[in-house]
Design a protein around this ligand. Structure first.
Ligand code: ATP
Ligand code: MG
Length: 467
């Protein structure tokens, strides 16, 4: 018997899909994350539907509508109703998991309870329908009230079946600010070694959500043993005393504070997680007893690339995180010419991310050194002011275009060299970004061997041909 529950405001397409399945004589419920989110007062991202109808029967109910066979072997079809995609899955029981990843086979069932029992956590194992209210077989509602993540059934077995659930548990802890229930937590730690069997794609998808959560730093500090199974490079950071007056935390705690101290964005959070990952390898102790980490930004950047590539994060994410880590401890002066150079080197968006990373890093230092934030705020304001004036920051912004340079007689590689030289002049303030001024600048440039200057074209050409 379903429990009394105030009505959840389903989206019209989700409500309609339930009605259509029920009108055809099947059971149908919304299930999983959307029910949990309703109980938390959050708006669900999407609606998953679970039904007693077999996939072919579901397809027949929605005949004439767009139906995609998303995971037909696992009983899932996606129906698009009024433009909203709905995943509809047949009640199923998962068979044995011999590889800690995939059920060897799935069996369809007509029992909602059996379907709920295969789900990972009690808060994700509830079903709801407008007519019948909430179906909560495993105490999910109470766990939501207590902000607890509890495995459905025996956690040791559930994590052994699919070790990704361990990382999902940490992800929900971070995103929802929940805690793992004690037995579930113990099992998660004991079975964490099985995470090595999980594909990089599944791991990185959960890791990304975990890092974007409000409790990412706390989860990192509480479960380095688990996260260390997917990123072993984090393990030497645990309890690592930096022996340096700038730091009042051990390396892991500093990193956790930096992660929480940067805005929520994937490359940025990954960069915060890994900005000091190379420190243990670069540690040296000065004669004064201070710890030093010469070259750690470069080492951390190389490790960032290796780790994120191994985890198969998208290339653009790997590259951005690597760049941010590489420059995380570069001093950016509040000087318009220098800020322009940074904007030229990194581009506006990565530059502002770098400022965010440096702010997060600074905020995680010993209190006496946090005042460096003021400089970063000033640098950011200055950069925004510079950008508001549509400055010349790349060769594409030069008032003298490629075709103008050709008209002046330059050819091939000479054009690129001239553009770089002109940009250099503009960035350092030696010349205005104005056509005539740029032409003059170009003409007055000492015509060194191999350098460009209109009129020296032929000589340069011969040289390049001779190569
Ligand atoms: P989100 O809000 O991030 O989508 P979610 O709980 O809906 O969270 P999904 O990955 O969309 O998570 O999965 C939908 C549902 O499927 C879950 O709520 C859970 O019931 C079940 N589920 C997903 N992955 C697993 C798994 N690895 N093991 C057991 N059940 C799972
Ligand atoms: Mg979902």
């Amino acid at each position: 018997m379903a429990q009394e529950q105030k009505a959840f405001p389903l989206s019209p397409p989700a409500a309609r899909a339930l009605e259509m399945l029920r009108a055809a004589g099947y059971e149908a419920w919304i299930v999983g994350g959307c029910v949990r989110d309703f109980l938390l007062g959050l708006s669900p991202k999407d609606y998953d539907i679970t039904t007693s109808a077999l996939p072919e029967e579901t397809k027949a109910v929605f005949q004439g509508l767009p139906v995609i066979e998303t995971g037909i072997r696992h009983g899932t079809v996606t129906v698009v109703l009024e433009g909203e995609p709905l995943e509809i899955t047949t009640y199923r029981v998962d068979g044995d998991y011999s590889d800690a990843r995939h059920p060897d086979q799935v069996t369809f069932t007509r029992s909602l309870r059996e379907d709920a029992a295969r789900r990972d956590f009690t808060m994700n194992a509830m079903a709801y329908s407008p007519g019948e209210g909430l179906q909560d077989f495993f105490g999910g509602q109470e766990d939501v009230q207590h902000a607890q993540i509890r495995a459905v059934g025996n956690p040791m077995i559930r994590f052994q079946e699919d070790a990704l659930r361990i990382l999902r548990g940490l992800r929900f802890a971070s995103v929802l600010g929940f805690s793992l229930e004690q037995e579930t937590e113990e099992a998660a730690r004991r079975q964490a070694g099985l995470l090595k069997k999980i594909s990089a794609e599944r791991v990185s998808a959960e890791l990304a959500k975990l890092l974007l959560g409000k409790g990412a730093g706390h989860v990192l500090q509480t479960y380095p043993d688990i996260l260390g199974q997917v990123i072993p490079e984090l393990l030497p950071m645990v309890g690592f005393d930096q022996r340096n007056r700038h730091h009042c935390y051990d390396l892991l705690a500093h990193t956790a504070a930096a992660v929480d101290g940067v805005p929520s964005g994937l490359s940025l959070r990954l960069a915060a997680l890994l900005h000091d990952v190379g420190k243990p390898r670069c540690f040296s102790l000065g004669e004064d007893g201070e710890g030093h980490f010469y070259g750690h930004a470069r080492e951390s950047a190389a490790m960032t690339r290796e780790i994120l590539t191994r985890l198969r994060f998208p290339k653009a994410v790997c590259q951005r995180a690597e760049t941010l880590v590489h420059y995380h401890d570069s001093v950016i002066e509040e000087d318009p010419r220098l800020v322009k150079r940074w904007l030229n080197k990194l581009g506006a968006e990565p530059f502002f991310q770098l400022i965010d990373l440096q702010r997060g890093d600074t905020g995680a230092l010993a209190p006496a050194y946090r005042s460096r934030k003021a400089r970063l705020d000033a640098v950011e304001a200055l950069a925004r002011e510079i950008l508001a004036q549509s400055p010349c920051l790349t060769v594409r912004d030069l008032a003298l275009r490629g075709q103008d340079l050709m008209a002046l007689g330059l050819r091939g590689p000479e054009i690129g060299r001239a553009q770089r030289m002109l940009l250099e002049g503009v960035l350092e303030g030696s010349v205005e970004n104005e056509k005539q001024a740029l032409v003059k600048f170009l003409e007055s440039y000492p015509a060194k061997k191999g350098e460009i200057s209109p009129g020296k074209r032929e000589g340069t050409r011969r040289k390049s041909n001779a190569r």
